[in-house]
Design a protein around this ligand. Sequence first.
Ligand code: PGA
Length: 228
Amino acid sequence: MKYFVANWKANKNLDEALRWIDIFAKQLPEKNGAKIIICPPFQLLYSLAEKIKKLKNIYLGAQDISAFNNGNFTGEVTAKMLKNLIQYSIIGHSERRKYFSETDKEIEKKVIQAKKNQIEPILCVRDEKDKIFPQVKIVAYEPVFAIGTGINESPEKVLFMKKRLNLKSNTIFLYGGSVNEVNIKKYLSTNEIDGFLIGAASLDPIRFSHIIKLASFKTALKNKSEEN
Ligand code: PGA
């Protein structure tokens, strides 16, 4: 089963998000063999949780989570508030590290808060210098040059970095950085990449579902050839 994480970043209001789900649900094949995690901005989480209740294999994630527990931290959204609403949270995205000066120390606190509240962190790393914490099960490698630029990292280089990251054998390894409906095919030829963190191409439900369809087609073909 491949992971497809939609990172909407600071995009979409409620109307746009609801329309996205309607179109996406129509496009998605019943048996898609995918684990789909939609990460909208915070304000959409409750409405989308309601909306996706009846859809299979679709989960909700946040794009970030507070390093603090509840309390006097104006503007923060804590893991405790989101407990039972979301199943995942992106943590340590390079845009957070860059524009909000997040450090490994702060990111570790976020990971701890998420775990404490049964939210699975999707830890983003830019390279082997970013810390990977022992309790993290899902790691997304996202080289900065590839994010939002249209210049994706080659699968060979992604796998090279995977080795350098020295992950535990049961870590779920994702790649992110300009993944789209054209270049996805190259990544699908290896079993070493467990899924994708997708920004720009996830904003359009047709493009995002197209990517998932290509992957499920590939999986179906593979299963068939293994049967024979
Ligand atoms: P992108 O974003 O697919 O637009 O490059 C990926 C990400 O930042 O997670």
